[in-house]
Design a protein around this ligand. Structure first.
Ligand SMILES: NC(=O)c1ccc[n+]([C@@H]2O[C@H](COP(=O)([O-])OP(=O)(O)OC[C@H]3O[C@@H](n4cnc5c(N)ncnc54)[C@H](OP(=O)(O)O)[C@@H]3O)[C@@H](O)[C@H]2O)c1
Length: 340
């Protein structure tokens, strides 16, 4: 099936429903992939052929190599695509080589532009909260970057809903560009954002970009209960499960994915991604891969039809536990439902 497209947040920018994440590019200090330039070129050309026009990277991925390799792989195709990158992580040992101060943001954007080989970034995202910088300073600096044309749109990642809501309020007060996207961890094994971030995104028209949609590869079904993860896998090589999740539930979900897969002829990875594609407020899923086989597997998600019954089964199995005040808001809200 063909790629489908949607608007990014409340903007007129059109992006593919799958975004290609390039965290596996380069010799990562985090042992995430080690994809070299030749394989990166092949991956980027494959996803472009399959209709993906949206790419995600960050200044900290493989200490800048990921941005450099993505820029090279795109070459003359750059104008036709949407590039998202990030700022916040530590990129040097100096006091101001991390965070979201005006100084660091302005320095970091220049370096990202250079590495990417472009004169503008389509979507510039704050990679996480910076407790040391006033939000007013960050939002004003980001707004100025949009004014300058170096950045077209801005987004947040890994913010609590209250942090994002405060940021948006400040941008509105300053009449500057506001966050259009929320890049958050979201998968069958982590639906925490449904408590607070998803309702905020609905309210403000913010597009959700799920990261680690396969829980770091676990939802591919390749890890087995009671068997040590093999080397050559992310978990085996890193000796850690990241992002964290409930293992018992994880193996139950993989069993369910296999059962659904045998009915609808799809792999666990494809069904996990297809489930996310059906979740309201999700704009584009950031897929990741270390090999061409994995990439081709994940790209076939666009062919998968996840029927209502299978979708409902996964919804019930992975439903987030009620949290206060969410359950009280729901309880009190019963008298605010319009009469049928
Ligand atoms: N904003 C943030 O804080 C943040 C954090 C993390 C990621 N991200 C973004 O999200 C993107 C995706 O994250 P992610 O790489 O963690 O996604 P993921 O889909 O959860 O994990 C991808 C990894 O799982 C394995 N895998 C993928 N497809 C597979 C398949 N079909 N069969 C078997 N194994 C498969 C591969 O690892 P192995 O082969 O090595 O096992 C691959 O590198 C990143 O590239 C980055 O752009 C953002």
């Amino acid at each position: 099936m063909e790629m489908t497209y949607t608007n990014l947040g409340t903007t007129g920018l059109i992006v593919s429903r799958l975004c290609f994440g390039t965290m596996t590019f380069g010799q990562s200090q985090w042992k995430l992939g080690g994809v070299d330039q030749k394989l990166a070129d092949e991956m980027v050309h494959t996803v472009l052929d399959r209709g993906i026009n949206f790419f995600d990277t960050a200044d900290v991925y493989s200490a800048g190599q990921s941005e450099e390799m993505l820029g090279k792989a795109l070459g003359t195709k750059r104008q036709g695509v949407v590039i998202a990158t990030k700022v916040r992580g530590r990129v040097g040992s100096g006091h101001n080589d991390a965070g979201l101060s005006r100084k660091h943001i302005f320095d970091a954007v220049e370096k990202s532009l250079k590495r990417l080989g472009t004169d503008y970034i389509d979507l510039y995202q704050v990679h996480g909260w910076d407790a040391l910088t006033p939000l007013e300073e960050t939002m004003a600096a980001l707004g100025d970057l949009v004014q300058s044309g170096k950045v077209r749109y801005i987004g947040f990642s890994n913010y609590a809903a209250w942090q994002a809501a405060l940021s948006i309020g400040i941008s509105e007060r300053l009449s500057t560009a506001r966050f259009q996207t929320a890049q958050m961890h979201y998968s069958l094994l982590c639906r925490d954002i449904e408590h607070e971030v998803v309702p905020l995104c609905f309210n403000k028209g913010i597009g959700i970009l799920p990261w680690s949609p396969l829980s770091g590869g676990f939802l591919s079904g390749k890890y087995k209960k009671d068997i040590e993860p093999a080397s050559g896998t992310r978990v085996g090589d890193r000796g850690m499960w990241f992002p964290p999740f409930d293992k018992d539930l994880g193996f139950k979900v993989v069993d369910e994915l296999r059962a659904i897969g045998s009915r609808i002829k799809a792999t666990p990875s494809q069904i996990s991604l297809a489930w996310l594609l059906r979740k309201p407020a999700v704009t584009s899923i950031i897929i990741g891969a270390r090999t061409m086989d994995q990439l081709n597997d994940n790209l076939k998600t666009m062919d998968v039809k996840l029927d209502d019954q299978s979708f409902g089964k996964l919804e019930d199995l992975t439903a987030p536990k009620p949290e206060y005040p969410g359950w009280m808001i729901g309880f009190q809200g019963q008298d605010r439902l319009p009469k049928a």
